[in-house]
Design a binder for this molecule. Structure first.
Ligand SMILES: *[C@@H]1O[C@H](CO)[C@@H](O)[C@H](O)[C@H]1NC(C)=O
Ligand SMILES: *[C@@H]1O[C@H](CO)[C@@H](O)[C@H](O)[C@H]1NC(C)=O
Ligand SMILES: *[C@@H]1O[C@H](CO)[C@@H](O)[C@H](O)[C@H]1NC(C)=O
Ligand SMILES: *[C@@H]1O[C@H](CO)[C@@H](O)[C@H](O)[C@H]1NC(C)=O
Ligand SMILES: *[C@@H]1O[C@H](CO)[C@@H](O)[C@H](O)[C@H]1NC(C)=O
Ligand SMILES: *[C@@H]1O[C@H](CO)[C@@H](O)[C@H](O)[C@H]1NC(C)=O
Ligand SMILES: *[C@@H]1O[C@H](CO)[C@@H](O)[C@H](O)[C@H]1NC(C)=O
Ligand SMILES: *[C@@H]1O[C@H](CO)[C@@H](O)[C@H](O)[C@H]1NC(C)=O
Ligand SMILES: *[C@@H]1O[C@H](CO)[C@@H](O)[C@H](O)[C@H]1NC(C)=O
Ligand SMILES: *[C@@H]1O[C@H](CO)[C@@H](O)[C@H](O)[C@H]1NC(C)=O
Ligand SMILES: *[C@@H]1O[C@H](CO)[C@@H](O)[C@H](O)[C@H]1NC(C)=O
Length: 866
């Protein structure tokens, strides 16, 4: 039977916000533009408007009665007649009510209320009577409800922008037919699914040039009349819809106009129609994250103006056509996460001199170029994980002088890293060479001052770790992530930690490290994750580690440590404490109960004695329902990209019954198995209502199973086997409806096994070794118990093979923790989606940032659930 470790992903998120942004979003303007003063009626209308607004930031303080309204912030007038023509009230955090006094502004043609917060109120219907409006921007302003049909009366309107209000919907779009001047339309995030004819309606606007309908719950791209007639469409954004069908062929009719087409994450199916690559004006095409299959048509070579091409995350198969090499303007090419096969060689890149971003990871490609190839491009971003590149180290890399991000993990590279490599990395920020067979003396590693992430896990880096940590030449490094697990590093942990104060994550697990944990590790004050598991480290955990108060994850399992320190209770940010298989002796300190954020407490397979602390219910993360906790995620951004890290923490939540991966946020686990714990199971443990995995097996516990164990409703796995528990199985246990594993074998339990769908579904082997226990699923019939059937014979049928396989997960070493780059891809794209339209308006920065944050969580979830 194979041993399988359940693997729990821990994700840390740290935000590197853009440098300080100012909140002065106004268009400031010279006061000299006009000497015609403001029309009194307009001024009064604006003052009424102001009174309706809630303006906590006092951003409208310049709107005072004794000043000319034409010089108020955000107000623009016609110079000759003094009438108000434009209101730029975007990015002001205004709320409250939009007064009908606006109707007095008969000359108003520009009304911008983007990025305010109208608290999910409806769009005022009177706006449909502001007939002079040419621009109406109500996007990202938290409007809700039906988009009023009255807006269809605004026949001069050219730029209606109602996007990014996710509470808006339409019942139909027929009212739009009067908007004949429309050039730019944004209804993104509004629910349009009720209008099946949307495509026909939109295609009737002769001047429509930009159409934004992302996340609109649209489900068809097939026009009801069988054809569409967009004459001037340049930009079409349809991502986040669910079309569930093939790409229709009417797109080929847009070949003279379309510049940008984005249908990312839209449930598109079928093959890519070759004609879509004949859209000769196209600069930006995103068909990523759909279910497209079949080959990449060779007509891709016809996209002569293309700059960004995203075909990633589909089920495309076949080889990458050579005609790709014709795309001389291509800057970004994403093709990763597909089922592509075959070879990629020099020809595929022949004219790609502008290529900067290459995402090829997880497409089963074979990168086969001549060893003296000098690529025509200078990459910034190269993500080539699991592309077969080795066995030789790719020498073409040496020509890449602008590389910031390099992922060549799982690339089949073996042997020595060439001498030039570490010096060549002079501008790089991220290097991932994990999961290869690279041999390298760690003293040869030279870290440039720019590098923040170095992942060399699962290779053959060798030599004393101190020669690496104590090198003078790397004393000024900015390394935030050092992931070097599963190598051949040796020696003691050194005293050079003062050079490594930027570290946020450190994983030196599964090497040959020896000695004590040095006191000097206290220098790592930014550290969030410390993993030294599976080495030969011994002695105490020094109290100086208290200073690393940002620690969220400590994994020191599989070493030779002695005592769980009392000060551990001060590490209140801890989410994961994994100290299993370490020879820890003595009591479990009560202080552990102060770790109120703890989700994983794994002290299994030590020599801990004494009783289980009765204060565990104080660990509120396990006892109280709590919401999504962003602090769990670790995300690092740099220049135009970013990465997320996942920690694979091997735990044994269900014995080896199941292998699964899960977001740590959902895991609540206590594993104290295989110790020498005595006394009874504290009744308070049943207050841990969020606990999902409880393993107290292989101890010396006595007494009864807590009566209220049934109130731990989330329990999926309970292992109390091999103790001396007595009494009856509490009836409340039949209430544990999620229970997927129960093991009560080898105790002194007695009486009838309570009946429930769950409890009878387990194999009898989970109850054996309790001579006085009876009832289904045990063969022993409770009603004839007194006839003293040979109960003990049941208990003695000890299935050794099963038994050992069940526990095998406990004492063994575990897989390397590796970090996955997932965010790089997603963040990059989200950034693009959010950023594209706002890039020129620096005042939108703050919102862009927030938007990315929100979307990122979605992406991470996708990432995690992959
Ligand atoms: C501004 O006022 C001055 C007199 O005060 C007048 O000469 C000038 O023509 C005015 N300018 C405009 C643009 O009306
Ligand atoms: C505006 O539109 C509404 C609904 O579409 C319509 O009932 C109304 O008569 C129109 N008002 C004007 C002034 O055109
Ligand atoms: C397409 O639209 C153009 C301009 O609006 C019009 O001239 C042409 O007749 C339309 N074609 C079809 C087939 O409807
Ligand atoms: C894909 O689109 C759906 C809505 O259709 C959305 O819920 C989901 O978050 C999107 N996923 C990504 C990765 O963008
Ligand atoms: C392309 O447009 C022509 C008219 O301009 C129309 O006859 C044809 O059906 C359209 N094709 C598609 C696929 O919509
Ligand atoms: C490019 O488009 C033309 C028609 O516009 C077509 O004949 C040719 O086959 C296409 N090229 C490729 C490589 O498919
Ligand atoms: C691609 O996948 C399709 C099924 O989706 C299969 O019929 C076809 O043979 C595959 N082509 C290649 C080149 O693997
Ligand atoms: C590093 O980046 C800077 C600025 O982008 C550039 O001038 C320099 O040439 C780069 N160094 C190398 C070795 O590529
Ligand atoms: C790498 O750079 C270091 C310091 O700049 C220098 O001493 C060493 O010789 C260089 N190694 C190679 C192989 O260029
Ligand atoms: C099971 O739960 C229900 C309600 O949650 C409760 O009323 C009942 O007493 C419980 N049964 C046992 C045996 O504890
Ligand atoms: C248990 O024994 C009683 C009486 O001997 C019998 O009626 C009953 O069917 C038995 N139940 C099972 C599950 O064997």
């Amino acid at each position: 039977m194979a041993t399988s470790f359940a693997t729990l992903h821990v994700l840390f998120l740290v935000w590197f916000l853009p440098s300080t942004f100012s909140l002065s979003f106004f268009f400031f303007k010279a006061e000299s533009i006009s000497n015609v003063s403001c029309y009194e009626k307009d001024k009064q209308a604006l003052l009424t408007l102001k009174r309706g607004f809630t303006d906590h930031g006092h951003v409208l303080s310049s709107w005072s009665d004794h000043k000319d309204c034409c010089i108020w912030d955000g107000v623009f007038c016609d110079k000759l007649i003094g009438r108000v023509t434009e209101l730029h009230l975007n990015n002001l955090r205004l709320g409250g009510e939009i007064s009908g006094s606006l109707l007095q502004l008969e000359h108003l043609n520009y009304l911008n209320l983007r990025y305010n917060d109208f608290n999910c109120t409806p769009i005022p219907t009177f706006l449909g009577s502001m007939f002079s409006l040419t621009l109406l921007d109500l996007s990202s302003a938290n409007f809700c409800g039906l988009i009023p049909h009255q807006l269809g009366n605004l026949s001069s309107l050219r730029y209606p922008s109602l996007g990014d209000n996710d509470g808006l919907y339409v019942d139909n779009l027929r009212w739009m037919s009067g908007l004949s001047a429309i050039q730019y339309l944004d209804l993104s995030l509004a629910d349009l699914h009720r209008e099946v004819d949307w495509l026909q309606i939109m295609s009737k606007f002769p001047s429509l040039s930009e159409l934004y309908l992302y996340y609109c719950q649209l489900d068809s791209l097939n026009p009801s009349l069988g054809f569409v007639n967009f004459t001037s469409l340049r930009v079409l954004y349809l991502y986040g819809n669910h079309f569930n069908h093939e790409i229709p062929n009417w797109f080929s009719n847009l070949s003279t106009s379309l510049l940008r087409l984005d249908m990312y994450n839209s449930s598109l199916k079928g093959n890519i129609p070759p004609s879509i690559f004949n859209l000769e004006k196209l600069e930006d095409l995103d068909l990523g994250f759909n279910s497209l299959n079949g080959p990449i048509p060779s007509s891709v070579g016809n996209l002569s103006l293309i700059r960004k091409l995203y075909l990633d995350q589909n089920q495309l198969n076949g080889t990458i056509p050579k005609s790709l090499g014709l795309l001389s303007r291509l800057e970004t090419f994403y093709v990763g996460k597909n089922s592509l096969t075959g070879t990629v060689d020099e020809g595929h890149f022949r004219k790609l001199s502008k290529l900067k971003h290459l995402y090829m990871s997880e497409a089963r490609l074979f990168f086969n170029v001549n060893s003296n190839w000098v690529p025509p491009f200078q990459l910034n971003y190269a993500s080539m994980s699991s592309v077969k590149i080795g066995p030789k180290f790719p020498s073409w890399l040496q020509s890449q002088r602008s590389l910031i991000f390099l992922d060549m993990s799982m690339s089949g590279i073996s042997g020595k890293a060439p001498g030039w490599f570490w010096n060549w990395t002079s501008n790089i920020t991220v290097i991932n060479l994990s999961n290869n067979h690279i041999e390298c003396d760690v003293s040869d590693i030279f870290l440039s001052s720019t590098i923040k992430v170095l992942n060399i896990a699962n290779n053959s880096f060798y030599g004393p770790i101190s020669t690496f940590l104590c090198q003078k030449k790397i004393s000024k490094n900015k390394l935030e992530v050092l992931e070097a697990s599963n190598n051949l590093l040796s020696g003691e942990l050194s005293h050079c930690w003062k050079y490594w104060q930027s570290l946020i994550r450190l994983n030196l697990g599964s090497n040959n490290l020896v000695g004590r944990i040095p006191y000097s590790m206290e220098a790592l004050v930014k550290l969030q994750s410390l993993r030294l598991q599976n080495n030969s480290i011994y002695g105490d955990i020094p109290s100086s580690l208290k200073k690393c108060s940002n620690l969220r994850l400590i994994d020191m399992g599989d070493n030779y440590l002695s005592i769980i320190p009392l000060w551990i209770g001060e590490m209140t940010n801890l989410l994961v404490l994994r100290l299993r298989s370490c020879e820890f002796k003595g009591y479990i300190p009560q202080q552990i109960c102060q770790l109120s954020s703890l989700r994983v407490l794994d002290l299994a397979n030590n020599s801990l004695s004494g009783s289980i602390p009765n204060c565990l219910k104080n660990i509120s993360a396990m006892a109280l329902p709590n919401s999504y906790d962003i602090s769990l995620s670790y995300q690092m951004s740099f220049t135009d990209s970013s990465i997320s890290y996942f920690e694979n923490v091997p735990l044994v939540p269900k014995g080896n019954e199941m292998e699964y991966e899960e977001n740590l946020e959902l895991v609540r686990l206590i594993d104290l198995s295989s110790n020498k714990l005595s006394g009874s199971i504290p009744a308070e443990i049943s207050d841990l209502s969020k606990l999902r995995f409880l393993n107290l097996s292989q101890n010396h516990l006595v007494g009864k199973i807590p009566e209220k164990i049934g109130s731990m409703k989330e329990l999926e796995s309970v292992d109390l086997s091999r103790n001396h528990l007595s009494g009856e199985i509490p009836p409340s246990m039949s209430n544990l409806t999620f229970l997927g594993l129960l093991d009560l074998s080898y105790n002194n339990l007695s009486g009838r096994i309570p009946s429930s769908t769950q409890l009878q579904s387990f194999d009898a082997v989970r109850y054996i070794g309790n001579p006085q226990l009876c009832g289904d699923p045990l063969p022993k019939n409770c009603t004839i118990e007194e006839q003293s059937l040979n109960g003990s014979s049941i208990g003695s049928v000890e299935d050794d093979s099963k038994n050992s396989s069940f526990y095998i997960g406990m004492g063994v070493g575990f897989s390397i923790g590796f970090w996955a780059i997932c965010g790089a891809l997603f963040f990059n794209r989200t950034w693009r989606h959010a950023y594209f339209r706002f890039a020129d308006e620096i005042k939108d920065w703050i919102y862009v940032t927030t938007m990315i944050k929100m979307n990122l969580l979605e992406k991470l979830r996708v990432c995690l659930s992959k």
